[in-house]
Design a protein around this ligand. Structure first.
Ligand code: DC
Length: 218
């Protein structure tokens, strides 16, 4: 399957960059963070205990997520805006640590990619677990200050508060037992702190071209 995996912590520029890469290489874009956010949305909607792995796993299996372009529909309701709220931010890393939830999301992500014949997939465990055979794996990072400032520019809010929320999510995402946030052994790590978006896109597009020509030669 033709997959470009784009992993990394919150605020490293994954969404912006993965979207632009997808337009440049002509492959669909899948935001797997939005899927976890969709389950967090359903947890809050139904009043399910966010710490109950089995209950949240059951809800994940029953919830219909429809992702196309930038929109997310959860059981027929447009949740595109609501999944970006501070309330969802505080719940999503907790529910994303539950193995039954991750197993369901992994299955749905693989199905989505198979139905779309490949894609640019953004997340935390795409290169390590979901698509270990991706043609190209990039891991985007940036300094914590740069990441917090980018989120403030994107969505407003208080910089100190946002930095704390990002640090808390990073901690939960990288220390969980099941598929923690980390670069795959064969990923290319790109620190975007001092790079323009265009420069990052150019690097990734070139890496992809090289990776595809290596595949053809094999
Ligand atoms: O990329 P994001 O901020 O929208 O992701 C929201 C949360 O979902 C993040 O805290 C970690 C989790 N996540 C994950 O565990 N695995 C993924 N592949 C994508 C996101």
């Amino acid at each position: 399957m033709r997959v470009i995996a784009v992993d990394g912590p919150a605020g490293a520029g994954k969404s912006t960059i993965a979207r632009l890469v997808s337009a440049k290489v002509g492959m669909p874009f899948l935001d797997t963070g939005a899927m976890y956010r969709g389950i967090a949305f359903a947890v809050l909607r139904d009043g399910v205990d966010q710490n109950d792995a089995d209950a949240v796993g059951q809800l994940a299996r029953l919830t219909e997520l429809v992702l196309e372009d930038d929109a997310l529909w959860v059981d027929g309701a447009d949740a595109t805006q609501s999944i970006r709220s501070a309330e969802i931010n505080s719940v999503v890393s907790v529910i994303a640590a539950h193995s039954p939830v991750r197993a369901e999301m992994r299955d749905q992500q693989r199905l989505w990619i198979s139905n779309h014949n490949g894609g640019v997939v953004e997340g935390r465990d795409i290169g390590t677990v979901v698509f270990p055979d991706a043609i190209l794996k990039v891991f985007l990072t940036a300094s914590p200050t740069v990441r917090a400032n980018r989120r403030v520019e994107q969505s407003g809010g208080d910089a100190v508060h946002i930095a704390e929320s990002i640090a808390q999510r990073d901690h939960l995402d990288s220390t969980r037992q099941d598929s923690p946030l980390m670069p795959a052994e064969d990923s290319v790590v790109i620190d975007t702190s001092e790079m323009s978006i265009d420069a990052v896109i150019d690097v990734i597009a070139q890496l992809f071209k090289d990776a595809e020509s290596r595949q053809v030669q094999r």
